[in-house]
Design a protein around this ligand. Sequence first.
Ligand code: KG4
Ligand code: ZN
Length: 386
Amino acid sequence: MNKTSKFILAIETSCDETAAAVLSMEPSPRPSPRGRGRKTEWPKIQTLSSVVKSQISIHKSFGGVVPEAAARAHVKNILPVVEKALVEAKITSPNLSLKKERNGSISLLAKGGLREVNYIAITVGPGLIPSLIVGVEFARALGLATGKPIIPVNHMMGHLYSPFGRLNAKRYPLNANLFPVISLIVSGGHTILAVMNNIRDYKVLGQTVDDAAGEAFDKVAKLLGLPYPGGPEVSKLAARSKNPVNFPRPMINSKNYNFSFSGLKTAVLYYVQSLQPTNYNLQAKQNICAGFQQAAVDVLVTKTLRAVKEYGAKSISLSGGVAANKSLRQMLKVKCQMLGLKFFAPPQNLCTDNAEMIGIAACFMLHNGFKPKKYSQIKADPNLEL
Ligand code: KG4
Ligand code: ZN
Protein backbone atom coordinates (compact mmCIF):
# COMPACT_ATOMS: atom_id res chain seq x y z
CA MET A 1 0.00 0.00 0.00
CA ASN A 2 1.25 3.47 -0.72
CA LYS A 3 0.02 7.02 -0.25
CA THR A 4 -2.17 6.92 -3.33
CA SER A 5 -3.97 3.77 -2.13
CA LYS A 6 -7.71 4.10 -1.82
CA PHE A 7 -9.74 2.09 0.67
CA ILE A 8 -13.11 0.72 -0.32
CA LEU A 9 -15.72 -0.61 2.06
CA ALA A 10 -17.94 -2.97 0.03
CA ILE A 11 -21.33 -4.21 1.16
CA GLU A 12 -23.49 -6.96 -0.35
CA THR A 13 -27.06 -7.89 0.67
CA SER A 14 -28.75 -8.82 -2.61
CA CYS A 15 -29.97 -12.27 -1.51
CA ASP A 16 -29.28 -14.30 1.62
CA GLU A 17 -25.71 -13.38 2.52
CA THR A 18 -24.91 -10.31 4.58
CA ALA A 19 -21.39 -9.47 3.53
CA ALA A 20 -18.83 -6.71 3.92
CA ALA A 21 -15.24 -6.41 2.77
CA VAL A 22 -12.49 -3.84 2.80
CA LEU A 23 -10.19 -3.59 -0.20
CA SER A 24 -7.30 -1.35 -1.05
CA MET A 25 -6.56 -0.22 -4.54
CA GLU A 26 -3.49 1.40 -5.94
CA PRO A 27 -4.63 3.20 -9.04
CA SER A 28 -2.75 2.52 -12.25
CA PRO A 29 -2.74 4.34 -15.60
CA ARG A 30 -6.16 4.23 -17.24
CA PRO A 31 -6.63 1.62 -19.93
CA SER A 32 -6.56 2.90 -23.47
CA PRO A 33 -9.90 2.44 -25.29
CA ARG A 34 -8.63 -0.90 -26.60
CA GLY A 35 -7.20 -1.89 -23.23
CA ARG A 36 -3.91 -2.85 -24.80
CA GLY A 37 -1.93 0.38 -24.62
CA ARG A 38 1.67 0.09 -23.60
CA LYS A 39 1.03 1.96 -20.38
CA THR A 40 -1.98 0.01 -19.17
CA GLU A 41 -1.51 -2.03 -16.04
CA TRP A 42 -3.80 -3.76 -13.62
CA PRO A 43 -4.83 -1.64 -10.66
CA LYS A 44 -3.25 -3.26 -7.61
CA ILE A 45 -6.19 -4.62 -5.64
CA GLN A 46 -5.79 -6.18 -2.23
CA THR A 47 -8.50 -7.68 -0.08
CA LEU A 48 -7.88 -6.60 3.50
CA SER A 49 -10.92 -8.31 5.00
CA SER A 50 -14.00 -10.19 3.87
CA VAL A 51 -16.83 -11.17 6.19
CA VAL A 52 -19.85 -13.23 5.10
CA LYS A 53 -22.75 -14.01 7.40
CA SER A 54 -24.72 -16.73 5.70
CA GLN A 55 -28.45 -17.22 6.32
CA ILE A 56 -28.56 -20.85 5.22
CA SER A 57 -29.70 -22.02 8.65
CA ILE A 58 -32.71 -19.65 8.48
CA HIS A 59 -33.88 -20.65 4.99
CA LYS A 60 -33.02 -24.35 5.14
CA SER A 61 -36.29 -25.37 6.73
CA PHE A 62 -38.24 -23.59 3.94
CA GLY A 63 -36.16 -25.23 1.19
CA GLY A 64 -35.32 -21.83 -0.34
CA VAL A 65 -34.81 -18.14 0.41
CA VAL A 66 -37.77 -16.40 2.08
CA PRO A 67 -37.35 -12.70 1.13
CA GLU A 68 -39.01 -11.29 4.26
CA ALA A 69 -36.88 -13.46 6.55
CA ALA A 70 -33.76 -12.58 4.54
CA ALA A 71 -34.38 -8.85 4.95
CA ARG A 72 -34.92 -9.21 8.70
CA ALA A 73 -31.67 -11.13 9.05
CA HIS A 74 -29.80 -8.50 7.01
CA VAL A 75 -31.14 -5.79 9.35
CA LYS A 76 -29.86 -7.76 12.33
CA ASN A 77 -26.47 -8.62 10.86
CA ILE A 78 -25.40 -5.68 8.76
CA LEU A 79 -23.89 -3.49 11.47
CA PRO A 80 -21.79 -6.21 13.16
CA VAL A 81 -20.69 -7.57 9.77
CA VAL A 82 -19.53 -4.14 8.54
CA GLU A 83 -17.81 -3.42 11.85
CA LYS A 84 -16.04 -6.78 11.78
CA ALA A 85 -14.81 -6.14 8.23
CA LEU A 86 -13.47 -2.73 9.25
CA VAL A 87 -11.69 -4.08 12.32
CA GLU A 88 -10.21 -7.10 10.50
CA ALA A 89 -8.90 -4.83 7.74
CA LYS A 90 -6.88 -3.04 10.41
CA ILE A 91 -7.49 0.37 8.90
CA THR A 92 -9.36 1.74 11.92
CA SER A 93 -7.54 3.31 14.84
CA PRO A 94 -6.05 0.59 17.10
CA ASN A 95 -8.07 2.14 19.93
CA LEU A 96 -11.26 0.98 18.27
CA SER A 97 -11.72 -2.66 19.06
CA LEU A 98 -14.87 -4.55 18.31
CA LYS A 99 -15.02 -6.11 21.76
CA LYS A 100 -14.76 -2.76 23.47
CA GLU A 101 -17.39 -1.20 21.24
CA ARG A 102 -19.82 -4.12 21.67
CA ASN A 103 -19.86 -3.50 25.40
CA GLY A 104 -20.78 0.12 24.89
CA SER A 105 -23.85 1.32 23.09
CA ILE A 106 -22.15 3.49 20.48
CA SER A 107 -21.24 1.86 17.22
CA LEU A 108 -17.69 1.70 16.00
CA LEU A 109 -18.92 3.52 12.91
CA ALA A 110 -20.01 6.51 14.98
CA LYS A 111 -16.56 6.62 16.56
CA GLY A 112 -14.65 7.18 13.36
CA GLY A 113 -14.41 3.60 12.15
CA LEU A 114 -14.91 4.85 8.59
CA ARG A 115 -12.28 7.59 8.78
CA GLU A 116 -9.80 5.87 6.47
CA VAL A 117 -12.40 4.64 3.98
CA ASN A 118 -12.43 6.55 0.69
CA TYR A 119 -15.44 4.94 -0.99
CA ILE A 120 -18.45 2.88 -0.01
CA ALA A 121 -19.38 0.27 -2.64
CA ILE A 122 -22.86 -1.20 -2.43
CA THR A 123 -24.79 -3.77 -4.45
CA VAL A 124 -27.82 -1.96 -5.89
CA GLY A 125 -29.23 -4.87 -7.92
CA PRO A 126 -30.27 -7.26 -9.29
CA GLY A 127 -31.65 -9.21 -6.35
CA LEU A 128 -34.51 -9.49 -3.90
CA ILE A 129 -35.82 -6.01 -3.23
CA PRO A 130 -36.37 -6.46 0.55
CA SER A 131 -32.75 -7.65 0.84
CA LEU A 132 -31.27 -5.00 -1.46
CA ILE A 133 -33.03 -2.18 0.37
CA VAL A 134 -31.36 -3.05 3.67
CA GLY A 135 -27.84 -2.72 2.24
CA VAL A 136 -28.64 0.27 0.05
CA GLU A 137 -30.28 2.25 2.86
CA PHE A 138 -27.41 1.33 5.18
CA ALA A 139 -24.85 2.58 2.65
CA ARG A 140 -26.90 5.73 2.01
CA ALA A 141 -27.00 6.44 5.73
CA LEU A 142 -23.22 6.02 5.94
CA GLY A 143 -22.85 8.35 2.96
CA LEU A 144 -25.15 10.92 4.53
CA ALA A 145 -23.41 10.78 7.91
CA THR A 146 -19.83 10.86 6.61
CA GLY A 147 -20.04 12.54 3.20
CA LYS A 148 -18.16 9.56 1.67
CA PRO A 149 -18.87 8.96 -2.02
CA ILE A 150 -20.74 5.80 -2.98
CA ILE A 151 -20.11 3.37 -5.83
CA PRO A 152 -23.36 1.61 -6.84
CA VAL A 153 -22.40 -1.86 -8.05
CA ASN A 154 -24.35 -4.24 -10.27
CA HIS A 155 -24.17 -7.63 -8.52
CA MET A 156 -23.56 -9.37 -11.86
CA MET A 157 -20.68 -7.03 -12.55
CA GLY A 158 -19.31 -8.24 -9.22
CA HIS A 159 -19.40 -11.80 -10.54
CA LEU A 160 -18.05 -10.72 -13.96
CA TYR A 161 -15.00 -8.99 -12.47
CA SER A 162 -14.45 -11.35 -9.52
CA PRO A 163 -11.97 -13.64 -11.35
CA PHE A 164 -9.69 -10.65 -12.02
CA GLY A 165 -9.35 -9.40 -8.45
CA ARG A 166 -6.76 -11.89 -7.24
CA LEU A 167 -4.99 -12.21 -10.52
CA ASN A 168 -1.23 -12.44 -10.50
CA ALA A 169 -0.56 -9.22 -12.41
CA LYS A 170 3.03 -10.25 -13.17
CA ARG A 171 1.97 -13.52 -14.67
CA TYR A 172 -0.85 -11.97 -16.65
CA PRO A 173 0.11 -8.42 -17.62
CA LEU A 174 -2.95 -6.52 -18.79
CA ASN A 175 -1.39 -5.73 -22.12
CA ALA A 176 -0.63 -9.38 -22.83
CA ASN A 177 -2.87 -11.50 -24.93
CA LEU A 178 -5.74 -11.92 -22.47
CA PHE A 179 -8.56 -10.46 -24.48
CA PRO A 180 -11.08 -11.17 -25.81
CA VAL A 181 -12.22 -13.07 -22.72
CA ILE A 182 -15.35 -15.19 -22.86
CA SER A 183 -17.02 -14.90 -19.48
CA LEU A 184 -19.45 -17.52 -18.20
CA ILE A 185 -21.43 -16.32 -15.19
CA VAL A 186 -23.50 -19.02 -13.53
CA SER A 187 -25.35 -18.16 -10.34
CA GLY A 188 -28.60 -18.93 -8.56
CA GLY A 189 -30.43 -16.18 -10.43
CA HIS A 190 -28.54 -15.83 -13.70
CA THR A 191 -26.75 -17.69 -16.47
CA ILE A 192 -24.90 -15.25 -18.70
CA LEU A 193 -22.36 -15.66 -21.46
CA ALA A 194 -20.48 -12.45 -22.25
CA VAL A 195 -17.48 -11.35 -24.25
CA MET A 196 -15.03 -8.87 -22.73
CA ASN A 197 -13.02 -7.06 -25.39
CA ASN A 198 -10.93 -5.38 -22.73
CA ILE A 199 -11.21 -4.78 -19.00
CA ARG A 200 -13.78 -2.05 -19.63
CA ASP A 201 -15.99 -3.15 -22.50
CA TYR A 202 -18.16 -6.23 -22.40
CA LYS A 203 -21.18 -7.46 -24.29
CA VAL A 204 -23.75 -10.01 -23.18
CA LEU A 205 -24.01 -12.74 -25.82
CA GLY A 206 -26.79 -14.78 -24.27
CA GLN A 207 -28.57 -15.77 -21.10
CA THR A 208 -31.02 -18.27 -19.76
CA VAL A 209 -34.53 -18.11 -21.16
CA ASP A 210 -35.98 -19.77 -18.04
CA ASP A 211 -34.24 -21.23 -14.96
CA ALA A 212 -30.69 -20.19 -14.11
CA ALA A 213 -28.06 -22.94 -13.80
CA GLY A 214 -27.89 -22.64 -10.00
CA GLU A 215 -31.67 -22.57 -9.77
CA ALA A 216 -31.82 -25.83 -11.73
CA PHE A 217 -29.28 -27.44 -9.35
CA ASP A 218 -31.38 -26.21 -6.39
CA LYS A 219 -34.67 -27.46 -7.88
CA VAL A 220 -33.26 -30.88 -8.76
CA ALA A 221 -31.89 -31.13 -5.22
CA LYS A 222 -35.30 -30.23 -3.82
CA LEU A 223 -37.13 -32.84 -5.87
CA LEU A 224 -34.59 -35.45 -4.70
CA GLY A 225 -35.21 -34.40 -1.09
CA LEU A 226 -31.71 -32.94 -0.62
CA PRO A 227 -31.14 -29.95 1.66
CA TYR A 228 -30.86 -26.31 0.56
CA PRO A 229 -28.74 -24.95 -1.07
CA GLY A 230 -28.87 -27.83 -3.48
CA GLY A 231 -25.90 -27.16 -5.78
CA PRO A 232 -23.18 -28.48 -3.47
CA GLU A 233 -25.38 -31.45 -2.43
CA VAL A 234 -26.04 -32.49 -6.04
CA SER A 235 -22.36 -32.28 -6.85
CA LYS A 236 -21.45 -34.33 -3.74
CA LEU A 237 -23.82 -37.15 -4.72
CA ALA A 238 -22.76 -36.93 -8.37
CA ALA A 239 -19.15 -37.60 -7.40
CA ARG A 240 -20.17 -41.05 -6.07
CA SER A 241 -22.14 -42.14 -9.12
CA LYS A 242 -21.08 -45.22 -11.08
CA ASN A 243 -23.70 -45.04 -13.81
CA PRO A 244 -24.94 -41.51 -14.65
CA VAL A 245 -28.41 -41.24 -16.18
CA ASN A 246 -28.43 -39.86 -19.71
CA PHE A 247 -30.49 -36.63 -19.71
CA PRO A 248 -31.21 -34.26 -22.62
CA ARG A 249 -28.96 -31.24 -23.28
CA PRO A 250 -31.44 -28.41 -23.94
CA MET A 251 -30.47 -25.84 -26.59
CA ILE A 252 -26.99 -27.31 -26.97
CA ASN A 253 -27.23 -27.00 -30.76
CA SER A 254 -29.24 -23.77 -30.93
CA LYS A 255 -27.64 -21.08 -33.07
CA ASN A 256 -27.63 -18.50 -30.27
CA TYR A 257 -25.90 -18.22 -26.89
CA ASN A 258 -29.03 -18.59 -24.77
CA PHE A 259 -29.59 -21.39 -22.29
CA SER A 260 -32.60 -23.27 -20.98
CA PHE A 261 -32.51 -25.49 -17.89
CA SER A 262 -36.18 -25.83 -17.10
CA GLY A 263 -36.66 -28.76 -19.53
CA LEU A 264 -33.69 -30.57 -18.03
CA LYS A 265 -35.18 -30.21 -14.57
CA THR A 266 -38.50 -31.56 -15.87
CA ALA A 267 -36.68 -34.51 -17.49
CA VAL A 268 -35.23 -35.31 -14.05
CA LEU A 269 -38.71 -35.11 -12.53
CA TYR A 270 -40.19 -37.50 -15.12
CA TYR A 271 -37.28 -39.90 -14.62
CA VAL A 272 -37.83 -39.92 -10.85
CA GLN A 273 -41.58 -40.50 -11.37
CA SER A 274 -40.81 -43.41 -13.69
CA LEU A 275 -38.78 -45.27 -11.07
CA GLN A 276 -40.27 -48.05 -8.97
CA PRO A 277 -40.19 -46.95 -5.29
CA THR A 278 -37.89 -49.89 -4.50
CA ASN A 279 -35.38 -48.66 -7.08
CA TYR A 280 -35.42 -45.09 -5.80
CA ASN A 281 -32.47 -45.43 -3.44
CA LEU A 282 -29.24 -43.56 -2.72
CA GLN A 283 -27.49 -45.12 -5.70
CA ALA A 284 -30.31 -43.99 -8.02
CA LYS A 285 -30.05 -40.46 -6.62
CA GLN A 286 -26.29 -40.45 -7.20
CA ASN A 287 -26.81 -41.50 -10.81
CA ILE A 288 -29.52 -38.86 -11.31
CA CYS A 289 -27.30 -36.12 -9.84
CA ALA A 290 -24.36 -37.15 -11.99
CA GLY A 291 -26.51 -37.33 -15.14
CA PHE A 292 -28.07 -33.95 -14.47
CA GLN A 293 -24.71 -32.36 -13.68
CA GLN A 294 -23.11 -33.82 -16.83
CA ALA A 295 -25.94 -32.50 -19.00
CA ALA A 296 -25.82 -29.00 -17.46
CA VAL A 297 -22.01 -28.83 -17.63
CA ASP A 298 -22.01 -30.13 -21.19
CA VAL A 299 -24.37 -27.37 -22.37
CA LEU A 300 -22.46 -24.65 -20.51
CA VAL A 301 -19.05 -25.77 -21.76
CA THR A 302 -20.17 -26.39 -25.35
CA LYS A 303 -21.69 -22.92 -25.70
CA THR A 304 -18.71 -21.26 -24.02
CA LEU A 305 -16.32 -22.96 -26.44
CA ARG A 306 -18.46 -22.01 -29.40
CA ALA A 307 -18.24 -18.37 -28.31
CA VAL A 308 -14.46 -18.75 -27.87
CA LYS A 309 -14.22 -19.85 -31.47
CA GLU A 310 -16.51 -17.19 -32.88
CA TYR A 311 -14.83 -14.31 -31.02
CA GLY A 312 -11.26 -15.56 -31.27
CA ALA A 313 -11.03 -15.47 -27.46
CA LYS A 314 -7.74 -15.95 -25.67
CA SER A 315 -9.17 -16.64 -22.21
CA ILE A 316 -12.20 -18.02 -20.43
CA SER A 317 -13.41 -16.66 -17.13
CA LEU A 318 -15.87 -18.49 -14.92
CA SER A 319 -17.78 -16.98 -12.00
CA GLY A 320 -20.98 -17.11 -9.92
CA GLY A 321 -22.01 -19.64 -7.29
CA VAL A 322 -22.07 -22.57 -9.73
CA ALA A 323 -18.41 -21.81 -10.58
CA ALA A 324 -17.74 -23.63 -7.29
CA ASN A 325 -18.82 -26.82 -9.07
CA LYS A 326 -15.73 -29.01 -9.43
CA SER A 327 -16.91 -30.77 -12.55
CA LEU A 328 -17.60 -27.48 -14.41
CA ARG A 329 -14.30 -25.92 -13.28
CA GLN A 330 -12.35 -29.01 -14.24
CA MET A 331 -13.97 -29.35 -17.64
CA LEU A 332 -13.31 -25.71 -18.57
CA LYS A 333 -9.78 -25.88 -17.22
CA VAL A 334 -8.95 -28.96 -19.26
CA LYS A 335 -10.47 -27.43 -22.43
CA CYS A 336 -8.42 -24.28 -21.86
CA GLN A 337 -5.24 -26.33 -21.50
CA MET A 338 -6.03 -28.21 -24.70
CA LEU A 339 -6.74 -25.02 -26.65
CA GLY A 340 -3.92 -22.92 -25.18
CA LEU A 341 -6.35 -20.51 -23.49
CA LYS A 342 -5.97 -18.85 -20.11
CA PHE A 343 -8.52 -19.76 -17.47
CA PHE A 344 -9.67 -17.44 -14.70
CA ALA A 345 -12.03 -18.24 -11.85
CA PRO A 346 -12.25 -17.05 -8.25
CA PRO A 347 -11.00 -19.57 -5.67
CA GLN A 348 -13.70 -22.17 -5.08
CA ASN A 349 -14.70 -20.75 -1.67
CA LEU A 350 -15.16 -17.26 -3.17
CA CYS A 351 -17.58 -18.17 -5.96
CA THR A 352 -20.79 -17.74 -4.00
CA ASP A 353 -21.94 -14.26 -2.99
CA ASN A 354 -19.54 -12.15 -0.97
CA ALA A 355 -18.61 -8.50 -0.70
CA GLU A 356 -15.06 -8.91 -1.97
CA MET A 357 -16.42 -9.33 -5.51
CA ILE A 358 -18.46 -6.12 -5.10
CA GLY A 359 -15.28 -4.34 -3.99
CA ILE A 360 -13.35 -5.77 -6.95
CA ALA A 361 -16.01 -4.54 -9.39
CA ALA A 362 -15.93 -1.13 -7.69
CA CYS A 363 -12.13 -1.01 -8.14
CA PHE A 364 -12.45 -1.78 -11.84
CA MET A 365 -15.26 0.78 -12.17
CA LEU A 366 -12.92 3.40 -10.70
CA HIS A 367 -10.09 2.16 -12.89
CA ASN A 368 -12.37 2.53 -15.92
CA GLY A 369 -13.25 6.12 -15.03
CA PHE A 370 -16.51 5.79 -13.08
CA LYS A 371 -17.36 8.85 -10.97
CA PRO A 372 -18.68 7.85 -7.53
CA LYS A 373 -22.06 9.26 -6.48
CA LYS A 374 -23.57 11.14 -3.59
CA TYR A 375 -25.81 9.14 -1.22
CA SER A 376 -28.93 10.83 -2.61
CA GLN A 377 -28.23 9.40 -6.09
CA ILE A 378 -28.19 5.79 -4.93
CA LYS A 379 -31.25 3.58 -5.42
CA ALA A 380 -31.93 -0.17 -5.33
CA ASP A 381 -33.01 -1.73 -8.64
CA PRO A 382 -34.05 -5.40 -8.34
CA ASN A 383 -34.14 -5.84 -12.13
CA LEU A 384 -30.81 -4.24 -12.99
CA GLU A 385 -29.24 -5.85 -16.07
CA LEU A 386 -25.61 -6.41 -16.91
O1 KG4 B 1 -23.74 -16.49 -6.95
P1 KG4 B 1 -24.59 -17.09 -5.89
O2 KG4 B 1 -24.00 -17.22 -4.52
O3 KG4 B 1 -25.94 -16.34 -5.71
C1 KG4 B 1 -26.60 -15.68 -6.73
O4 KG4 B 1 -26.15 -14.59 -7.15
O5 KG4 B 1 -27.61 -16.28 -7.19
O6 KG4 B 1 -25.00 -18.53 -6.43
C2 KG4 B 1 -25.72 -19.42 -5.64
C3 KG4 B 1 -25.99 -20.65 -6.45
C4 KG4 B 1 -26.99 -21.59 -5.78
O7 KG4 B 1 -27.98 -21.92 -6.72
C5 KG4 B 1 -26.14 -22.79 -5.40
O8 KG4 B 1 -26.85 -24.01 -5.40
C6 KG4 B 1 -25.10 -22.77 -6.48
O9 KG4 B 1 -24.79 -21.41 -6.63
N1 KG4 B 1 -23.91 -23.55 -6.11
C7 KG4 B 1 -23.50 -24.66 -6.76
C8 KG4 B 1 -22.37 -25.14 -6.07
N2 KG4 B 1 -22.12 -24.31 -5.02
C9 KG4 B 1 -23.07 -23.33 -5.07
N3 KG4 B 1 -24.01 -25.29 -7.84
C10 KG4 B 1 -23.38 -26.40 -8.27
N4 KG4 B 1 -22.30 -26.93 -7.65
C11 KG4 B 1 -21.76 -26.34 -6.57
N5 KG4 B 1 -20.69 -26.88 -5.97
ZN1 ZN C 1 -24.46 -13.82 -6.93
